[in-house]
Design a protein around this ligand. Sequence first.
Ligand SMILES: *Cc1c(COP(=O)(O)O)cnc(C)c1O
Length: 389
Amino acid sequence: MPEWYGPYGGSYVPETLVPALKELELVWKSARRDPEFRSRFQDLARDWGGRPTPLYFAERLTREVGGAEIYLKREDLVHGGAHKLNNALGQGLLALRLGKRRLIAETGAGQHGVATAMIGAKLGLSTEVYMGAADMERQKPNVLRMRLLGATVRPVTQGQQTLKEAINEALRDWIANVQDTHYLLGSAVGPHPFPSLVADFQSVIGRELRRQSRARWGRDPDLVLACVGGGSNAIGTFHPLLRGPARLVGVEARGSGEPSGWGAASLVRGSVGVLHGMRTYLLQDEEGQILPTQSVSAGLDYAGVGPEHAWLKDSGRVEYTSATDREALEAFHRLARTEGILPALEPSHALAVALQRATTLPRDQHVVVTLSGRGDKDLAEVERFGPPR
Ligand SMILES: *Cc1c(COP(=O)(O)O)cnc(C)c1O
């Protein structure tokens, strides 16, 4: 369980949190070796969460694009509609083991808040979710879902009123209430052990994918793409494939694509600094102030990124690129009309790049996109942009 990924990662937190982070790491290490914990986790993931998720051949889309075969790893079919549950389930069980009775979480698109509210209800833990007021406005259905699941949603009105501020508030709450509260962090970001712990729980995506692709065509995929916000669905997809031959591509949000702004593409466009307890790539000015971010997808709208991605970028093992709002929306409509699937706007960014690459590849190659979530939460946002061109 590395704390450092090359020069990235670490644990830049106030002293009050140090014992809680140490305790979390110890409890997690013992839980991983405990057969009872593992079988509880696996049973819930299967019967309550809907795992394993299918690896789906998008045949009509492939024919239309005319190149390599395109497959989707269907995390949109996980209970709640996104990959977020893989991590929320694992951390919820860890919170019980820690003897904590209260969960707090931050959320951007609302998917992590919903996943936390679901596991909070399932395990009988009281749940409070911090969410930027701007995100509450553009992700209303998820706010309602959280409330119906019994969680309290706390609007955050500081700054840009999106994910960064919600994490700040959740950290503040945790510092004040660390005795009885577990902070159920939603992505592979933050202080150690969160980046490696979240990657561990999300690696079920890549393990299933590797098994499914070997069963289906006898080897690993040739090209695998996932969108990168904080980086949890991408790191969970990539981890089990890192030692293999697959080319791996992480796709960030470039927002409107205007040259003056870079959306939320912290790996493609950022520089190294410290935020939310970790050293990583950030979108910041020369004085280290975090820059405003912009993306049509609330789930990718974050100025930082998980430290392991920073290291994978420097090492060259994973390629990082970006897609604009418009490119993501075109991919969204294309998938809806060829395959009958409404994807979330976040993985639509990865899909956009996958479509560009697939046309250039021979037909006997296999391209896999992690479809991290379903699009129901985004319908109002999609409508705002108007019909496809
Ligand atoms: C939250 C979310 C993301 C972005 O988070 P990562 O930690 O980068 O995976 C991507 N897709 C969906 C559907 C999400 O809900």
